[in-house]
Design a protein around this ligand. Structure first.
Ligand code: HAM
Length: 425
């Protein structure tokens, strides 16, 4: 027997495991529907990029020293000896498509969104999957603080509208390159004498990517960071003004935030504003979504020098929190009528009956498994199918069927010719 590969999962019509209802497709459909509504409300249009890209795009786009590029990419050679990578995130592919298709020439501002799977070879852990799904947006062409807040608001108010509570918006500014370089120098100077007390990972980060030590979850690292300099003290005047304006607009929009100078994010393309929304109801992997400004990425990938702001949010985690917080969610969809034929002759009539009901847009199913009537009826009632029709020789001969309403248990005799009208009513 084969099993799914490690770190991935199936999304079934209804997952039979009570602790994994979030893996049921009707909930994914519901979530995706609310995403499309939210994106439309903010004027974002959908973009779909391929699931794999040339490896170089991610190395240049995300940064060679990041965990994603150095440890987590699914990279393979194709039959033409090209190195390809399953996309670990959506921003670099959107930039690639934008540049390649000259979208910038169509209009000055593009607001794009995507929904789809991302692939990362992660250590297995609750809330971390090797294939996860993101709703992401990228707003390309504006450097206004207003764009930052509009995008954060899109995510935050979507999560709130879904019914989630206990959300925290963490926000920070990591400034521009010069400020970051000066800050990295100061952080290194602060941590060097404490090097031996850092986690092994952070000892490596101290040389390769010191900023990442800031959001290490290791308690030893957090202890060593007590009293460390804050990146906010290193911001240039324009970065500082930008950040202050962002915070003001968040207040205007009534979005509570927590300035978190240790928030740096795991991808190298950000500058100035970065943010993450977390939920107390998740474990260690508590980020429901995150993103920020990345004004230099387009140019770095060979395109125009256009500013941009975006986020990615993990749909698995959002569904898990919705369920954990007992937010009312839709029920699985069912047909309006189940037609149960008794015998071969009734199967032929049932086939005709269900065909004509569907032509009238009445959703119905024809029971063809051959199981016992009693079992079929209890299955219909468990699934909350509203109506059942049992079709036998007598019904075919007389042209009159019994329409059973499952919830009330009431039955009514009705001529086949009147059935459509009755059900439509
Ligand atoms: P990210 O923070 O790497 O950002 O991922 C965004 C979100 O995807 C996370 O907050 C989390 O909810 C979810 N996520 C990430 N990895 C996993 C995983 N292994 N299993 C489950 N969920 C996961 C980005 O990907 C950036 N491209 C976001 C962005 C867009 N920045 C600007 N534009």
């Amino acid at each position: 027997m084969y099993s799914a590969a490690k770190g991935v999962f199936d999304i079934l019509p209804i997952d039979p495991d009570a602790s994994a209802t979030w893996r049921s497709s009707y909930l994914w459909q519901f979530l995706e529907h609310t995403i499309r509504e939210q994106a439309k409300l903010y004027g974002y249009r959908e973009i779909r990029t391929p699931l794999f890209e040339t490896t170089e795009l991610f190395i240049r786009g995300i940064g060679g020293e990041t965990d994603i590029v150095s440890k987590e990419m699914y990279t393979f050679m194709d039959k033409g000896e090209r190195s390809l990578t399953l996309r670990p995130e959506g921003t670099a592919p959107v930039m690639r498509a934008f540049i390649e298709k000259h979208l910038g020439e169509q209009q000055p501002l593009h607001r794009l969104f995507y929904i789809g799977p991302m692939f990362r070879y992660e250590r297995q852990q609750a809330g971390r999957y090797r294939q996860h799904h993101q709703f992401g947006v990228e707003a390309i062409g504006s450097s206004s603080p207003c764009q930052d807040v509009e995008t954060i608001d899109l995510l935050f108010s979507w999560l709130r509208r879904l019914g989630l509570h206990n959300l925290t918006l963490h926000i920070n500014s990591i400034g521009r390159r010069e400020a970051r370089e000066a800050y990295v120098g100061a952080l290194k100077a602060f941590l060097m004498p404490k090097q031996a007390h850092l986690s092994t990972d952070s000892q490596h980060r101290l040389l390769a990517n010191p900023l990442r030590i800031l959001d290490s979850k290791d308690p030893a690292d957090q202890q060593q960071l007590e009293g460390a300099p804050s990146i906010l003290e290193f911001l240039s005047a324009p970065s500082q003004q930008h950040f202050e304006h962002v915070l003001q607009l968040l207040t205007v929009r009534n979005i509570p935030y927590r300035v978190n100078p240790r928030l740096v994010r795991g991808l190298d393309y950000y500058n100035d504003t970065v943010f993450e929304i977390t939920s107390e109801d998740l474990g260690a992997q508590n980020s429901l979504g995150g993103g920020g400004r990345y004004d230099g990425l387009m140019k770095q990938l060979g395109g125009a020098d256009l500013p941009a702001f975006g986020f990615g949010s993990g749909l698995e985690r959002i569904l898990q929190v919705l369920i954990k917080q007992k937010v009312p969610l839709p029920s699985p969809p069912v047909v309006d009528v189940l037609v149960i034929p008794m015998g071969e002759r009734a199967i032929a009539s049932g086939f005709q009956l269900t065909s004509s009901l569907r032509d009238a847009h009445i959703a119905c199913e024809l029971e063809l498994s051959g199981r016992r009537l009693k079992t079929t009826l209890s299955h219909a009632s468990e699934q909350h199918i509203p109506y059942v029709i049992v079709l036998g020789d007598q019904e075919i001969d007389t042209g009159i069927v019994t329409l059973k309403q499952m919830a009330s248990g009431q039955s009514e005799q009705i001529a086949l010719a009147d059935l459509k009208q009755r059900l439509q009513a």
